[in-house]
Each structure stands twice: as structure tokens, then as C-alpha cells.
Write a protein that binds this ligand. Structure first.
Ligand SMILES: *[C@@H]1O[C@H](CO)[C@@H](O)[C@H](O)[C@H]1NC(C)=O
Ligand SMILES: *[C@@H]1O[C@H](CO)[C@@H](O)[C@H](O)[C@H]1NC(C)=O
Ligand SMILES: *[C@@H]1O[C@H](CO)[C@@H](O)[C@H](O)[C@H]1NC(C)=O
Ligand SMILES: *[C@@H]1O[C@H](CO)[C@@H](O)[C@H](O)[C@H]1NC(C)=O
Length: 273
């Protein structure tokens, strides 16, 4: 009696947590990637579309053009029914690195919201060839079930790193080795002692409006956020891979704000979030 009750409770609990199945989301992300090769947007066209955090039109976006894809990797969040995809195109005609979060309605699996960050020449440390080179050398593969971190631990790792920009006393779960791939620039030296604890700006930089896609199977979370925290902040993605609760890889995609280019000057820093 006790066993069957706990089985019933466990299955109820599981069904309230998982809104979409992992395999459904894998199919959706594979479709998304394949249709970037062709520029097909029909399955996405009913969704709200934001490009670099501004409402935009999918039909006039790069996503509606055939794109040469050199690398793609996706996260699948069964709780939020959402995916995150990193696309790298080193096409010399126009290289891009594109990060996209897509939210789906659980029952119909229709895309309801698409948020995309499109970086190219002139964006922060942009170098698609470099991004491709380093991304392909990292191991973001599935973590054996017994070793997986919980959703809460993965999210807390990302939040600690982002909180460090405002509170320098934040305790961050640094792992080793760890490498930061920021634009196309890499901090890893191929040493077991490689650390991601390389410092953040000494002044306060707010990291606001965080929007998460979390995939426990690969220990990863992608966060879309406002890097800087107010109207002069930059549209940004910080993606983390954790193993055993510790940060191992960090990828950033940052869109420059034309009104505040380069490193934010004092005039561009937000005085409050
Ligand atoms: C996306 O990446 C997978 C490997 O992770 C590859 O098998 C697939 O062909 C890629 N898709 C496209 C359209 O490039
Ligand atoms: C881009 O990255 C590649 C691979 O790391 C490197 O060879 C190249 O010099 C970089 N280009 C620039 C402009 O930094
Ligand atoms: C990649 O990471 C997974 C999960 O931690 C691990 O099981 C696997 O052995 C790693 N592969 C390599 C080549 O290190
Ligand atoms: C900064 O982080 C430390 C360590 O977590 C915490 O004790 C402290 O309250 C935080 N300060 C503020 C102003 O949030």
C-alpha cells in the first residue's frame, strides 16, 4: 500500500514538473536547426519574436535566410518546455554566432516566444572562427544519471557567477579545469589548473532580466540577460556547463549597444538595476 501510494505520488509529481518530454524538445530543436539551413520559418511564424531584446519581424530576420551552419548545440528544458540553441556560421560572406531561446506550449508544442541574439562583426570579441574552434574542443555531452546536478544547483551556479558582478563577496562554485569562451576569445590554456575565476569588472555591473533554459542531462543552463541592467545595457547570453555542482565551461554572446560602444563608460553604467 505504502509503495503504490509513493509510486502514484512520484508519478504525479513528475508530471507536474515535466511539461514536455525530452525527446519532443530534441525533435523541435533539430527542426529549428535544420530550418535555419533553408530559412524556412513556417513552424515559428505564430510566435512572438524578439531580436536582440527588441520586438522584430521574423520574415525580415537572418533566421528567414538560408544559413551555412558549421556547429549547433541545444539545451532542452522539460520543466519550462523550452530550448536554447547555439549556432555558429563561419561563412566568410557573413559569419554569425546566434543564440536562440524558444518557448513552447506544452500540449500543442507550438512555439509561443522566440528570443534571439544575433552577433556578427563588431559585437563583443566576435570571431566566429574562434568560437567554432574552441566550442568543438569542449565536452558538453550527457552526464551519467547518477552524477547529474539538480535544476536548482545548476541555476544557482549561473546566478552566483552573475551576482559576482554586483556583489564581489558572492561565493561562486568554481570548478577546474574551467574555460570561458567570450565571443571568439578563449581563456582555457589546456591545463588541468585552468580557472574561470579570472575577475570581473571592479565596478558594479547589473545583470538583470534573467531568462533561463536549464538542461539537467548535460548540466547546463543558458541565461539571457541585460548586461549592465538599464536602457544602456547589452543584450547578452551567458551559458554554463557544470559538473558535480562546479562550473566547467562558460559561453557568452554579447550584442554591442551602439549608443555605448566598447567597454561601458561611466556615463553608460546604470546607477541602479
Ligand atoms: C547539428 O549538430 C549535429 C551534431 O551535434 C549534427 O549531427 C547535425 O547534422 C547538425 N545539423 C545541421 C543542420 O547542421
Ligand atoms: C579568430 O580565431 C581564430 C582561431 O582561434 C584565430 O586564428 C584568428 O586569428 C582569430 N581572428 C582574430 C581577428 O582575432
Ligand atoms: C564527456 O563528459 C561526460 C560527462 O561528464 C563523460 O562521461 C565523458 O567521459 C566525457 N568524454 C570525454 C571524452 O572526456
Ligand atoms: C553579498 O554576498 C555575500 C555572500 O553571499 C552575502 O553575505 C551578502 O549579504 C551579499 N551582500 C549584498 C549587499 O547582497
Amino acid at each position: 500500500m505504502r509503495l503504490s501510494l509513493s509510486v502514484i505520488l512520484a508519478s504525479c509529481f513528475a508530471s507536474t514538473l515535466a511539461q514536455c518530454s525530452y525527446s519532443q524538445l530534441q525533435q523541435l530543436s533539430a527542426n529549428y536547426v535544420a530550418s535555419r539551413s533553408t530559412g524556412q520559418i513556417s513552424t515559428l511564424s505564430n510566435a512572438v519574436y524578439n531580436e536582440n531584446f527588441k520586438p522584430a519581424t521574423l520574415q525580415s530576420s537572418i533566421l528567414s535566410q538560408p544559413l551555412r551552419i558549421d556547429n549547433n548545440r541545444s539545451l532542452h528544458d522539460t520543466t519550462a518546455c523550452a530550448t536554447y540553441t547555439e549556432l555558429i556560421s563561419t561563412n566568410p560572406a557573413h559569419p554569425y554566432v546566434i543564440g536562440t531561446q524558444i518557448r513552447y506550449t506544452p500540449d500543442t508544442l507550438q512555439a509561443t516566444q522566440i528570443d534571439t541574439l544575433i552577433t556578427d562583426a563588431g559585437d563583443w570579441l566576435f570571431n566566429a572562427t574562434g568560437t567554432l574552434y574552441w566550442a568543438q574542443r569542449e565536452n558538453w555531452s550527457t552526464i551519467p544519471e547518477a552524477k547529474r546536478d539538480s535544476r536548482a544547483v545548476i541555476k544557482a551556479g549561473a546566478d552566483a557567477y552573475l551576482d559576482l558582478f554586483t556583489n564581489k563577496s558572492t561565493v561562486v562554485p568554481w570548478g577546474t579545469p574551467c574555460a570561458r569562451l567570450e565571443g571568439g576569445s578563449y581563456t582555457g590554456k589546456g591545463q588541468p589548473s585552468d580557472s574561470c575565476n579570472l575577475g570581473v569588472p571592479s565596478r558594479v555591473v547589473y545583470m538583470t532580466n534573467r531568462q533561463y533554459v536549464i538542461d539537467e542531462t548535460v548540466g547546463a543552463v543558458d541565461v539571457f540577460l541585460n548586461f549592465g541592467g538599464c536602457a544602456t545595457g547589452r543584450p547578452d547570453s551567458h551559458e554554463y556547463r557544470l559538473e558535480g555542482g562546479k562550473l566547467r565551461f562558460i559561453h557568452t554572446i554579447t550584442v554591442m549597444n551602439p549608443t555605448c560602444p566598447g567597454l561601458p563608460s561611466e556615463a553608460c553604467l546604470c546607477k541602479q538595476p
